[in-house]
Design a protein around this ligand. Structure first.
Ligand SMILES: Nc1ncnc2c1ncn2[C@@H]1O[C@H](COP(=O)(O)OP(=O)(O)O)[C@@H](O)[C@H]1O
Ligand SMILES: [Mg+2]
Length: 281
């Protein structure tokens, strides 16, 4: 049996719910549906924790998609339709979970799929919370970057690669939240470069803008992935961000010190230094 078919078979067996669990969970989900719950909910049954994620259409999503499309155009000089970037339905998320798991990426097992919700494996604590408690946990930071490297080496993309969409269970990192459609809306290298941007930008606050550490982590990504197209796109972003930095004094003091600008400046600095170090190594 081929590797892929074996993974699919193992997935299928591991992802099957017993009928009694299924009925018990469905009964507990019904009132949540009636109450129109939006946020994912954790349910415990028979000593097992499950996460229920509901179908939803957040107000303001289209605005966010237009903003993402604009940012991609600014940074990468590539046009991507905001309509293609539209966050997918819950069926889209279920499909992504199945595909990624079959590709060997650590994502939650999918137990139930309906038009209104999905039920998946509870994959532990949010990495965002863990980092807030221990911001300089080098092992954790390296594991985060290693997980991005592995994802990209498998020719995959996340879409929502910020650390808030990672969880940790039994010292293993899981990727969650696959509503975004970036990888279907743009070439793979661009979706991966966008993942790099989101991941490292989201690390900024946690490592207190420690540049040496950021450079070390980003360099690790560049050296281990060796993807010329992603690198080329990141060089474009670097050029753009360096030009943008020169305009910063034109902004008011308050804006200059806003969280978003500080994060972007941090990313600009570590990207520039990592690319330089990578080119000379
Ligand atoms: N499978 C899971 N295991 C553990 N926690 C989860 C899981 N799925 C979601 N969560 C928790 O719920 C939060 C929101 O879920 P997410 O899928 O990221 O939805 P949103 O689109 O609201 O960001 C996550 O940040 C995480 O803390
Ligand atoms: Mg999320």
């Amino acid at each position: 049996m081929g590797d892929n078919r074996l993974i699919k078979l193992v997935n299928f067996i591991m992802s099957s719910l017993s009928p009694s669990h299924r009925i018990a969970l469905e009964q507990r989900i019904q009132p949540l549906l009636q109450a129109q719950r939006q946020e994912p909910v954790v349910l415990h049954h028979d000593n097992t924790a499950y996460v229920v994620k509901f179908a939803r259409r957040e107000a303001g999503r289209l605005w966010r998609e237009h903003l993402s499309s604009f940012i991609i155009w600014l940074l990468f000089q590539q046009r991507v339709s905001p309509y293609q970037l539209r966050a997918g339905s819950i069926a889209h998320e279920a499909q992504r979970l199945r595909q990624l798991r079959a590709a060997g990426i650590t994502v939650p097992a999918l137990y139930l799929e309906t038009p209104d919700y999905i039920v998946m494996e509870h994959c532990g604590e949010s990495v965002e919370y863990r980092l807030r408690r221990t911001p300089y946990d080098r092992d954790l930071l390296q594991a985060i970057v290693q997980s991005l490297i592995q994802l990209h080496k498998q020719q995959q993309w996340h879409g929502g690669a910020q650390v808030r969409n990672l969880t940790i269970k039994n010292q293993r990192l899981y990727r969650i939240d696959f509503e975004e459609n970036t990888g279907n809306a743009m070439p793979l290298a661009l979706a991966q470069a966008y993942d790099v941007l989101l991941c490292f930008n989201s690390l900024a606050t946690h490592i207190q803008q420690n540049q040496t550490l950021g450079v070390e982590l980003l360099q690790r990504y560049l050296q281990q992935t060796q993807q010329p197209e992603v690198r080329h796109l990141l060089i474009k972003v670097d050029r753009y961000l360096q030009r943008l930095q020169r305009l910063l004094p034109l902004l008011g003091k308050k804006l200059q010190h806003s969280k978003d600008i500080r994060q972007t400046r941090y990313f600009a600095a570590i990207l520039h230094q990592s690319l330089q170090a990578d080119a000379s190594s």
